[in-house]
Design a protein around this ligand. Structure first.
Ligand SMILES: C[S@@+](CC[C@H](N)C(=O)[O-])C[C@H]1O[C@@H](n2cnc3c(N)ncnc32)[C@H](O)[C@@H]1O
Length: 799
C-alpha cells in the first residue's frame, strides 16, 4: 500500500502542476482508467517536440516511445513507461469541461472534421474522417501542432469526468483500477486494425477515412447471429409451406394477409441478414388506422416464429414490424358492400328497407290522423313487383319473359325431404355379364361428318342426324366450330360445379314422389342432365325385378342399347324426372365416342327457371300390376303411365279430365290384362285399344323377331339398319352420282336411323321419310317421342 499511496500523491501532483515543456521525464504511470479504448489512446506532440519527432521519422509509436525512454527506476510488471511528452501535453491543457468534451471527444487533430453523425452502430466501424491535403498529414506541422494540445491523450470519458469528479472518487477509482488484474498486452492484442482509405469529395479535396476492423469476438458474435437468423427464416419458410398445404379452404382475405405478411417479414429478415441500408424496413409508409384489426394482428402473431429467441426483434426491427403491421392493416380488404337494389336499381320504392315490415306498414296510419287535405298520403304500396328495367327489350330480343332467379321467387321450402336411399352414380357402370356381352361397334369409328366451318355441324350434319356426337375422330371441325358436342359441353359445365352449372335439383312433389326442377333456363334442345346408372343385361334385370325390386312402386329401369337396360336405382339425378303427357323435355339416346349414352334434353319450348322437368316415359307397363295412374295434370293427359298412342281419340269437351282418365285406366287395365294373358298363350301382337299402339321395347326378347322383321323390311325398302359405314358408302355412292351436298345425299339415302330411349332402333321407310322431312323441327334434332310414334305406326301397320 505504501507504493500505491506514493503513486497517488505523484498522480495528484501531475494533475495540479504544469510540467516544463522541454523536459523529458520518466514518469511511471499506473494504470489509471480501465479499460482504455485504444482508438482514443493516441499520443500527441508539443510544438517543442516536433523537430525531434520529425527526426525520428514519424509519429511516435509505442515501441519508439519505449526505445527513447530510459529504463524505469522501479520497473515492475504493472508499470508502463511512456514518453513524458504525453504527460506534458496532458498537463499543459486544462482539463476539459463536460461541454468541451462533447466536441473534444469527436475531434482528433486540428484538421479533423467534426462529423455530426448519428450514434455509431457497432456494425459500422468508420470511426473518423480525417481531412488532409496529403498522406503526410501524419507528420505534424508547426501550425497544426498549435492545436495538437487539444488532442486526447488518455481515455476521453475519464478525463471528461475527472473535471467534475472529486479527487477522492478519482482516487478511489484509481485504487480500484490497480486492484484489477489487467495486462496491457490484452489491450494491444484486441486492438482493432485501423485502415485508412482516401475518398475524394465533390470539392476536390481528399478525405481519409479511417476504418477500424472489427474485433474477432464481435465478428464471431455477428456470425452466430447470422446463423440464428438464417435458421429462423428457414423455420418460417417451413411453417408457411405447412400452412399452405393444410389450408384447404382458406379465405381469400387470409391468403392475402399471409402473403403480404410474409413479404414484409422476408423484407425484414433480408434487411437484417443482408445488411441493407439502415432503416430499410422503416421506409414502409405508415398509415394510421384508428381501429386495430384483430385479424391482421392474429395473422402477424401466427407468423411469428416459434423461437422468439431468434433475435429478429431488435428494437429497430420491432419498430419496422409494427410499421409493417400497420401497413398490412391498412391494406386488409374492407367489408364487402352489398348492392341494395340489384335488378331494380334506379326504380322508386315505397317502403324503407331498413325498417321492419311492421313499421313500414304503420307509416300510413300515422298520417291518417291528419286532415285529408293536408296529409300527404303515401303512395300506395305495390304488392306486385314491377318488372326490372329493360325487361321489355329482353322479351323482344329473346322472346322469353323475365323471371326472378329461382332461389328468390321459389326457394325450396325448408325441411324439404331428400331422397335417402339414392346412391348417386354419374357414369354408366357395367354390371355382371353385361360388360362381356357388350359389343363395341367398330363401324362407328368410320362415321365422319362432312360439315364446313362456315355452317358448323348444324341441322344437316350427318352425325347429328344419326344421333352421333361429333368428336375429333368423326368430325373435321374444331370444338368451337362444331355445334354437335352436347355431352362434351355438359361434361365441362358439370366440371365447373355450382348449382347453376349443374342446373337441376331434386324436389319433393305433392303427389308423384320426388321430381327434378331446373335451377336455370335452358335453351330449346339444350342438354340438361345425363341419365346414368348400372348397365345390366336382361337376365340380371329379371332377377332384380323378382328379388330386390319386387315390392317397389318406383322403377328406374330404362331400355338402353344392345338389349341392355340402365338401372338407375343407383344412378344420376335424371332418374327422378317424372312423366308428363305434355312434357317439356325429352330423353334421347346418343352415341358418344362409340358408346351409347342417354340424356335429358330441353324440349322445343325451352325451360324456364324453376320449372319441373318432365318427359314422356312412353311407359311399357311390362305387367298389369305396374299400370299406374298419371298425375301429370296436363290437358292432354292420357290418364295412365302407359305407351304413347299415335292418335289419341279426342276427348269429349264436356267430359272432365278425371272422367277421361278413369275411363282410360279401366281400358288400359283390361287391355293390359288381356295383353299379358294373350302373350303367354300365343305369340301374337296384343290387341290394344283403338288408337293405341304397342311399342316394342328392347328388353322383351319375345318381340325381337318382329323387330328384326321390321328392320329387314325397312332395309329392303331402302331404309338402313344401324350401319353407319354402309350408310356412308351409300351416301357417297349416291352423292357421286348426283348431288354433292350431304343434305341431298341424306334425302337420297332412302331412310335413316333414329335412336330412341326405349326402343333399339327405328328404321324409317320412305313413306315415313317424307312425313319426317316436313315434321322435323328446325333444329334438326329428332325427338324420341317422334321416333317412338313412328315405330308405333310402323309396327301397327305391320301387325
Ligand atoms: C323414374 S321414377 C320418377 C321419380 C319418382 N317420382 C321418385 O320419387 O323416385 C318413376 C315413378 O315416378 C312416379 N311418377 C312419375 N311420373 C308420374 C306421373 N305423371 N304420375 C304419377 N306418378 C308418376 C311413378 O311412380 C313412377 O313409377
Amino acid at each position: 500500500m505504501p507504493a500505491v499511496n506514493s503513486l497517488i500523491s505523484k498522480f495528484e501532483n501531475i494533475t495540479q502542476q504544469e510540467v516544463p515543456a522541454s523536459d523529458t521525464q520518466r514518469v511511471r504511470v499506473k494504470r489509471y482508467s480501465m479499460p482504455l479504448r485504444q482508438s482514443t489512446l493516441s499520443f500527441g506532440s508539443s510544438p517543442a517536440m516536433a523537430p525531434k519527432r520529425h527526426s525520428m521519422g514519424g509519429a511516435p509509436s509505442k515501441q519508439a516511445a519505449q526505445a527513447q525512454t530510459p529504463p524505469a527506476e522501479e520497473d515492475d510488471g504493472d508499470t508502463i513507461v511512456v514518453n513524458t511528452t504525453a504527460i506534458e501535453t496532458y498537463v499543459r491543457v486544462p482539463l476539459p469541461t463536460p461541454s468541451d468534451s462533447a466536441t473534444d471527444v469527436s475531434s482528433q487533430t486540428s484538421s479533423t472534421h467534426a462529423v455530426k453523425s448519428p450514434p455509431r452502430s457497432r456494425s459500422k466501424r468508420v470511426s473518423t474522417l480525417r481531412k488532409s491535403a496529403s498522406k503526410d498529414t501524419l507528420k505534424p506541422s508547426p501550425a497544426k501542432a498549435v492545436h495538437a494540445d487539444k488532442q486526447r491523450n488518455i481515455s476521453g470519458e475519464t478525463l471528461v469526468e475527472s473535471a467534475t469528479m472529486s479527487q477522492t472518487s478519482l482516487l478511489k477509482d484509481g485504487i480500484d483500477a490497480l486492484n484489477m488484474t489487467w495486462n496491457m498486452s490484452d489491450v494491444f492484442d484486441k486492438q482493432p486494425v485501423v485502415e485508412e482509405t482516401e475518398v475524394h469529395t465533390d470539392d476536390g479535396s481528399t478525405i481519409n477515412v479511417v476504418v477500424e476492423e472489427e474485433p474477432e469476438e464481435k465478428k464471431q458474435h455477428r456470425q452466430a447471429k447470422r446463423v440464428r437468423m438464417a435458421d429462423s427464416e428457414k423455420q418460417w419458410e417451413q411453417r408457411r409451406e405447412a400452412a399452405d398445404k393444410n389450408a384447404t379452404r382458406r379465405s381469400s382475405k387470409a391468403s392475402i394477409l399471409v402473403s403480404k405478411a410474409s413479404e414484409v417479414v422476408s423484407g425484414i429478415t433480408s434487411s437484417v441478414l443482408g445488411k441493407r441500408g439502415r432503416g430499410t424496413a422503416l421506409k414502409i409508409p405508415e398509415v394510421t388506422q384508428p381501429e386495430p384489426d384483430r385479424r391482421t394482428s392474429t395473422a402477424l402473431e401466427e407468423l411469428q416464429p416459434d423461437t422468439k429467441k431468434a433475435r429478429i426483434g431488435t428494437a429497430r426491427d420491432e419498430v419496422s414490424l409494427a410499421a409493417a403491421g400497420r401497413a398490412l392493416r391498412s391494406r386488409a380488404p374492407k367489408d364487402k358492400k352489398w348492392l341494395s337494389s340489384g335488378l331494380y336499381a334506379g326504380q322508386s320504392r315505397t317502403f324503407d328497407p331498413t325498417l321492419m315490415e311492421g313499421k313500414n306498414k304503420r307509416k300510413p296510419a300515422s298520417t291518417a290522423n291528419q286532415e285529408p287535405s293536408t296529409a300527404s298520403l303515401p303512395p300506395k304500396e305495390n304488392f306486385v313487383l314491377p318488372l326490372p328495367m329493360f325487361a321489355g327489350d329482353r322479351l323482344l330480343e329473346t322472346g322469353r319473359d323475365f323471371k326472378l332467379p329461382f332461389d328468390i321467387f321459389s326457394p325450396l321450402p325448408t325441411g324439404q325431404p331428400k331422397p335417402d336411399e339414392w346412391k348417386k352414380v354419374n357414369k354408366n357402370v357395367f354390371v355382371g355379364d353385361a360388360a362381356a356381352e357388350w359389343r363395341t361397334s367398330k363401324l362407328l369409328e368410320h362415321s365422319t361428318c362432312m360439315c364446313k366451318a362456315d355452317t358448323g355441324c348444324d341441322a344437316d350434319c350427318l352425325n347429328r342426324y344419326m344421333y352421333y356426337e361429333c368428336d375429333d375422330r368423326n368430325c373435321n371441325l374444331s370444338e368451337e366450330q362444331c355445334g354437335n358436342r352436347a355431352f362434351e359441353g355438359l361434361r365441362q359445365r358439370i366440371k365447373k360445379g355450382g348449382k347453376y352449372n349443374i342446373g337441376v335439383e331434386v324436389i319433393k312433389t305433392e303427389d308423384r314422389g320426388y321430381g327434378v326442377r331446373s335451377n336455370r333456363t335452358f335453351e330449346p334442345n339444350q342438354i340438361i342432365v345425363e341419365y346414368t346408372g348400372e348397365i345390366i343385361n336382361q337376365e340380371e334385370c329379371e332377377t332384380r325385378m323378382h328379388t330386390m325390386y319386387k315390392d317397389n312402386e318406383c322403377y328406374y329401369l330404362m331400355a338402353f342399347d344392345q338389349n341392355m337396360i340402365i338401372d338407375a336405382t343407383r344412378g344420376s339425378m335424371a332418374r327422378f324426372v317424372n312423366h308428363c303427357c305434355d312434357p317439356n323435355c325429352r330423353m334421347e339416346k346418343w352415341t358418344v365416342g362409340g358408346k351409347p349414352r342417354m340424356a335429358l334434353f330441353a324440349g322445343d319450348r325451352g325451360i324456364m327457371t324453376g320449372e319441373e322437368l318432365t318427359y314422356d316415359y312412353n311407359f311399357d307397363p311390362y305387367s298389369q300390376k305396374n299400370v299406374q295412374v298419371c298425375r301429370c295434370g296436363a290437358d292432354n293427359c292420357r290418364g295412365v303411365l302407359g305407351p304413347k298412342p299415335k292418335d289419341l281419340p279426342k276427348r269429349d269437351e264436356k267430359e272432365g279430365k278425371l272422367a277421361g282418365a278413369k275411363r282410360k285406366i279401366a281400358e288400359v287395365l283390361e287391355e293390359s290384362t288381356n295383353l299379358l294373358n294373350k302373350k303367354r298363350k300365343v305369340n301374337e301382337p296384343p290387341k290394344l285399344p283403338k288408337g293405341w299402339a304397342y311399342i316394342e321395347s328392347e328388353p322383351k326378347a319375345k318381340k325381337e323377331p318382329k323387330a328384326k322383321e321390321a328392320k329387314q323390311s325397312a332395309s329392303e325398302d331402302g331404309g338402313l339398319s344401324r350401319q353407319p359405314s354402309k350408310l356412308r358408302r351409300m351416301l357417297s355412292h349416291r352423292s357421286n352420282k348426283s348431288a354433292k351436298s350431304s343434305a341431298s345425299a341424306k334425302r337420297r339415302s332412302g331412310g335413316r336411323v333414329v335412336s330412341t330411349s326405349s326402343v333399339a332402333a327405328l328404321i324409317m321407310n320412305d313413306d315415313d321419310k317424307e312425313e319426317e322431312q316436313s315434321e322435323r323441327p328446325a333444329t334438326g334434332l329428332n325427338s324420341t317421342a317422334e321416333g317412338l310414334r313412328r315405330l308405333g305406326r310402323s309396327l301397327r301397320g305391320r301387325s
